[in-house]
Ligand binder design. Sequence first.
Ligand SMILES: [Zn+2]
Ligand SMILES: [Zn+2]
Length: 515
Amino acid sequence: MNVHAHIGATRVSARGVELSRKLRITAGALLVAVPLAAQTSSVKVRIGAITETMPLERYVAAVLAGESSVFHSGEALKAMAVAARTYAVRLRRRHAAEGFDFCATTHCQHIDMSALKPALNAAAADTASELLWFEGKPAYTPYTRDCGGRTEDAGAVWPDLAAPYLLSLRDPYCARDGFSGWHWRLQPAEALAALRQAGLRAPLRLERIHILTQTSSGRAAVLMLSGGGELVRMDASSFRFAIGRALGWNLLPGDLYGIRESVSETVFYGRGAGHGVGLCQHGAEQMGLAGRTYREILAAYYPGTSLGVTARGISWQRLSGDSIVLLTTEPARDRPVLATAESELRRVEQRLRLRLAEPVELRIYPDLDRFRNATGEPGWVAARSDRHRVEMQPAAALERRGVLDTTLRHELLHVVVEQQGGTAPLWFREGLAGYLEQSAAAPLDLHAPLRIPAEADLRQRADEQRARKAYADATRAVGILAARYGETTVFDWLKRGLPPEAMKAAESQAATNSR
Ligand SMILES: [Zn+2]
Ligand SMILES: [Zn+2]
């Protein structure tokens, strides 16, 4: 018997479990499906010498206290709450052989019961039971302290945990408040002692270290240690763990570094901290402070997963056209959309005198909720695209609003444009898409002032009116340039970039108009 103050609490929660079990039995006949999160509503956590059973949401708040108590953004905290919860549900029973689910250290997730705060409980409560899903299963959602501007491919760190939503990505938000650069001056004797302590084979004398191979994200993968005529290969992660355990984790906080050597010293210069896989806490905090929602943060770091209380796995069916592969849940209903998309693509190619370089995938989501969960876009965004994929709201919804054809045209235009890999600025690419999406050239009001919208206005999703105005300005600017230089010339700028005199002409035209 373990006599401890926690026994009281345990009794209460044991009664709670009894009660909920009874309720579930009573309600069982009415429930079609019990959400998975409800099935795993409590976890056993080993804290020191005690195993404590606690509600899942309390565990999530305790993880926030241990892993991200310094966050200032509520949305970033909510994103972390979903990541921590999904991680817990996915990896539950990790320590089953020892009689509990999770340890309290970073091996599982670091928890700190003494640092619980109302804001952390609120982040857990506001997202209660929400998980990230991939193909009908909770996703594997690791997170990292600071990716240094580029996240790592999960497969490079844990080969058996590679996943399409955990590929290496550029993180523009990390850099917002300056990179967290660091350097570490190697002390050979100290490092050798650390390596031996970790049981790693090392040269007797350490004279040189160089990076033998890097991962696709630019992190050190394999090091070569040399000295006294010996050469020893070592995984960069083994090297880092040995140094961290013996000398402290802040000296060599990650594997994103270069090594500079001189006659007298070896210095590691690096950025970021942690393994770099999944949600970047530093970047997520910056995204939150910039007004992005937790949905957007999660969609940025775990692209392709969907957020929800239940699996909501989408059983996609494929329809193949000439250049487009359509993914839909209702092939019979959406088949005509494929034909429309193919003919819109031909028109776009003809007008731009450009060909699609690679096939494109068109995904039509079955409902607005799943479109929002998968893309992180608000409901007023009809579709979005990158160079290989167009994702859109249900076709029927767009058709009702009379925007199905123009939406397809606009997005396919973007795909063709993005595949050229040109350097034209965002306002020009958006403006061109807007210009070409009009079936007849709209009459231009040449007397209104010409405005080149700011990139931030085009990218932001918080303010619909601001976004619409920025898109309209971009479209109009391209219309004026096309009237002045001719369409062929202007389309050509896609590949070559905008000549400075075009920008100047646009500006002087604006000056003439406003006079
Ligand atoms: Zn553990
Ligand atoms: Zn980052």
